[in-house]
Design a protein around this ligand. Structure first.
Ligand code: P71
Length: 464
């Protein structure tokens, strides 16, 4: 490997701290009031009331001094900004797609992709759903079908590539509905809802050859694909001596286009894009983006945001960056596992997922154990986490019932380059405290339920 960091056991950070942001510690009484006012929904807590914020790694990472300097290089022209061309060059070089359409964030790109490619009644297979991705597919008239391998739904399975597509499930769907009704396969790198689990290159190659036979494009959700590349290097035969950058390019070369939420891998606070190789799809995206986002050379972003994103791509593929990123997540995960806390295995790249069913076996899934556990972690120490279970999964559009997904998880998501090892120690200690008093924890009752993506704004009350 070409850097000092790549095969060293320590995951020490490849940066030093130039500027800090002060955070507030609260009393138990303050937290009780805050969570009550937030309707026991961590999305609705004010961030000033949070001590360690593990809600998400989306848009919460720390930019580097060179990215901040890049903001000053923003060319705020309505059209043809220099920063757009810089970003286009970076996407072509690192991801390899010919055409780029910037969007304000990931779901903006998902909207374009879904509206352009999906016809009413089409089926979209994917390696597990993501909330916004599936919703855009449904709004475009499509039906999402989960074709991830079964192991992905089992928190205890140690399969090294739980993000893999089950080729039999895919083939069954294609046989049943016909390839004409499958506009593309939606392939996510480092599958978020499965616990940040990668697909393998072997699986992607098999998928490519299947899709070639049936003339089905592969559209990548590239949001955390650089982290996926790291796992391929670490776990897949033949990749130990390749760079993350090379592996990323190999992945993209096996796909036809992507949607991207740049707020994750790419180390920016806002931004995203749609990219593809096909001329006609590009034309449509370029035309549609002016309706929803902005002109095709800025897509809802300022010039400075595109500059920070272009620079973020270069930093995200650095081996030492990923070593520290994934090392920190593992450090926290190992501590929790050693304390006997049930977590999803193997440990993924962006978060630790606590298995709330195992943590709170006495709470029925319709009383929202993961939501309740997230509220308890906040009460314990001001740590904000995110429910990824029955609330997030929503209701089945046909039966109207809660989906009761196999995975009922609380996500402790680590922003990149933000918290220290000592913060991780506090988090681990606090989770352990809650684990010790787990039998006293009750479920929640939903008292307000919004129609779309209910988890963001739903409100709850403790069950008595
Ligand atoms: C995360 C987020 C942000 C989020 C979104 C919805 C509910 C809760 C939190 C966003 C993703 C993602 C993947 C794989 C597309 C998006 C949408 N993740 N694909 O994990 O993880 O991107 O937020 O930029 O619109 O906290 P966007």
């Amino acid at each position: 490997m070409n850097t000092q960091a790549a095969h060293r056991p320590s995951w020490a950070e490849p940066y030093k701290i130039k500027s800090v942001e002060l955070i507030r510690m609260t009393t138990r009484e303050e937290r009780e009031q805050a969570i009550r006012e937030a309707g026991y929904n961590t999305f609705l807590i004010r961030s000033r009331d949070v001590y360690i914020d593990l809600l998400t790694d989306s848009g919460t990472s720390a930019m580097s001094a060179r990215q901040w300097a890049g903001l000053m290089m923003g060319d705020e022209a309505y059209s043809g900004s220099d920063n757009f061309y810089h970003l286009q060059d970076a996407v072509r070089e690192y991801y390899g797609y010919k055409h780029l359409v910037p969007t304000h964030q990931g779901r903006g790109a998902e909207n374009l992709l879904s509206q352009i490619m999906i016809k009413e009644g089409d089926y979209i297979p994917g390696n597990m759903y993501f909330t916004t991705t599936r919703l855009h597919q449904e709004l475009a008239g499509g039906i999402f079908v989960d074709v991830i391998i079964d192991e992905a739904h089992d928190p205890a399975s140690r399969h090294p590539f739980k993000g893999n597509v089950d080729m039999q499930k895919l083939d069954q769907l294609v046989q049943k509905v016909g390839a004409d009704h499958v506009p593309y396969i939606s392939l996510e790198g480092n599958v978020n809802m499965a616990g940040g689990q990668p697909f393998s290159m072997a699986n992607l190659r098999e998928l490519r050859s299947y899709c070639d036979q049936h003339d089905i494009p592969i559209m990548l959700d590239a949001t955390r694909t650089i982290e996926n590349a790291w796992f391929i290097r670490e776990r897949e035969e033949g990749y130990a001596d390749k760079t993350v950058r090379e592996i990323l390019r190999e992945i993209c070369d096996l796909t036809d286009g992507c949607t991207m939420s740049a707020k994750k891998d790419l180390l920016v606070n806002i931004g995203g894009f749609f990219a593809c190789n096909d001329e006609e799809i590009y034309r449509k995206a370029q035309n549609m983006v002016v309706v929803y986002e902005g002109l095709h050379t800025y897509g809802g972003l300022a010039g400075r945001d595109m500059e920070a994103m272009a620079l973020g791509i270069e930093e995200a593929v650095m081996e030492e960056h990923q070593a520290a990123r994934i090392g920190q997540v593992r450090y926290l995960g190992d501590k929790l596992r050693d304390a006997g806390v049930p977590i999803v295995n193997p440990i993924g790249s962006h978060a630790i997922f606590i298995d709330a069913r195992k943590f709170l076996p006495h709470v029925d899934q319709d009383d929202f154990p993961a939501q309740s556990l997230a509220a308890e972690l906040y009460l314990e120490a001001g740590i904000r986490t995110m429910e990824r279970g029955n609330v997030s999964a929503g209701r089945d559009p046909e039966t109207g019932k809660n989906r009761r997904p196999a995975l009922e998880l609380v996500r402790l998501t680590l922003p990149r380059r933000v918290y220290t090892q000592a913060h991780m120690d506090v988090v681990a200690e606090s989770v352990e405290q809650v684990y010790l008093r787990r039998e006293q924890i009750r479920g929640l009752k939903m008292i307000y339920e919004p129609e779309y993506l209910r988890f963001f704004q739903a409100r709850f009350e403790p069950l008595t």
